[in-house]
Design a protein around this ligand. Structure first.
Ligand code: ATP
Ligand code: MG
Length: 430
């Protein structure tokens, strides 16, 4: 990571040596100031794209129209973009025209939030004309310029504001919030893929509960381009209307009561996005079919959809069923999610006031939770049953695992082999 940073600065120096101005800009400078891990480095320069391409050995013309060239150095990609301004947005999403400008400050002025509008020179001096550092210190999302104007230009920025608040654990400044409420209808212009990827990042961030609070309270969801299931919209609307005086205190605590989303406050306790989606949708009382519809509307992959509805289902069954059904659900949860994620899920149920003593006991008495821990291997199974290896092996191992995990079978080679034999013979007849 240090290396990435040093190489970025080397590119900046090479551009300077050739007589251009150049800076590290945007997210990498923000994350560096916050001591957060770097993922990619963007560079802004006064050099024109053709000049950048002439200067470096390996380059890709990734976005010439927008002034962007990708420079490859030591296997890493660096986006180098010519200082630019964006001329008029007639569609509320993409600038009609890009105009190159001579000065970094003008380039920074087109950027969305003050903490994204900082640049770092090769002498490690920060160029921060809009007070990005102050916003980082205060933990707030502030726009460069008038929020209302900036959201009018590009509606995606409304979601980015909430997403950065969630990722960084920040609050929206009041004028940012008001402009979101004012312009929420413009979300209709944002492609569903963008909505969905920002939403997913909100859920994964440090402040998912705050982000969902903003998202629901703002009324933005009504203007998502794709129709969302009615049950979901009803629950979101109930949340929006619930809680007093949000007009002047939206950045207060998220509301948690039974009428709304009882478990919103517990989302940060879950380690991954799918668990959080599952808990959120369960808390909103969204059934499996509607979960699938929602995920399809948001273009979330089939694989993740299956996992998320599985998780919502586990929550539902663990929370409401009689004990013997709960045990099967619990074993299913541990096998599907792994021990540690399943016990995180349990913590949420506890926090929501459910009795989970039995689950903890089942958990302790569960001898194993993965196929690898079974006292029999696939090739032993195939030799013992005199059947050539095939997909049946993993299905049989899975079945054995479920039985051992629920305490029906000891994890002992001979019992497992005979159980497998009964199983495959049973299969042949039935
Ligand atoms: P991350 O990569 O973690 O999402 P980032 O800040 O690098 O954060 P990018 O989407 O990669 O975000 O954009 C890079 C920079 O470009 C931003 O820091 C910001 O300065 C600018 N930017 C990106 N999208 C917009 C936008 N919609 N409006 C204005 N400026 C933007
Ligand atoms: Mg980035």
């Amino acid at each position: 990571e240090r290396k990435l940073w040093t190489e970025g600065l080397d590119i900046v120096r090479a551009l300077e040596k050739a007589g251009h101005q150049a800076y590290l800009v945007g997210g990498c400078v923000r994350d560096w100031r916050l001591d957060r891990p770097l993922h990619d480095i963007d560079i802004a320069t006064s050099a024109r794209p053709e000049e950048v391409m002439a200067l470096f050995e390996r380059t890709l013309p990734t976005g010439l129209k927008h002034g962007t060239v990708t420079v490859m150095e030591k296997g890493e990609a660096f986006e180098v973009t010519t200082f630019r301004r964006e001329a008029s947005y007639s569609d509320g999403r993409r600038p009609d025209d890009v105009v190159f400008v001579p000065d970094i400050k003008e380039d920074l002025a087109r950027r969305d939030f003050t903490f994204n509008a900082m640049a770092l020179g090769s002498d490690e001096r920060l160029v921060d004309p809009f007070g990005g550092e102050d916003a980082l210190r205060a933990g707030v999302v502030a726009c460069v310029g008038e929020p209302s104007e900036r959201f009018g230009e590009d509606a995606l920025r409304m979601l980015r504001a909430i997403r950065f608040a969630a990722e960084l654990g920040f609050e929206l400044l009041p004028d940012v919030w008001e402009a979101i409420v004012e312009h929420r209808r413009r979300l209709e212009r944002v492609a569903i893929e963008r909505v969905s990827s920002e939403w997913d990042r909100m859920i994964s961030g440090r402040g998912p509960e705050q982000a969902m609070h903003y998202l629901f309270k703002s009324g933005l969801l009504k203007f998502v381009k794709e129709p969302l299931p009615e049950a979901f919209m009803r629950a979101a609307e109930r949340y929006r209307l619930n809680g007093a005086a949000w007009e002047w205190d939206p950045w207060g605590a998220p509301v948690a009561d039974e009428a709304s989303l009882g478990n919103l406050l517990h989302l940060p306790g879950l380690p991954d996005a799918d668990l959080r989606w599952g808990a959120l949708l369960w808390g909103m009382n969204i059934g499996a079919a509607d979960v699938a519809t929602l995920m399809r509307a948001l273009r979330i992959s089939g694989q993740r959809t299956a996992r998320i509805s599985g998780i919502a289902g586990f929550f539902e069954r663990l929370a409401s069923r009689p004990e013997q059904e709960r045990q099967a659900a619990w074993v299913g949860a541990v096998l599907a999610l792994g021990r540690s994620a399943a016990s995180d899920a349990l913590t949420i149920l506890e926090a929501c006031g459910y009795e989970t003593e039995a689950e903890s006991q089942w958990s302790e008495s569960m001898q194993i939770a993965t196929v690898a821990e079974l006292d029999v291997k696939g090739d032993e199974l195939s030799a013992y049953l005199a059947k050539p290896p095939g997909p049946w092996v993993s299905a049989a191992l899975r079945e054995l695992l479920e039985r051992v995990a629920s305490g029906e079978l000891p994890n002992e080679k001979f019992s497992l082999l005979s159980a497998a034999k009964a199983l495959t013979e049973g299969g042949r007849h039935g």
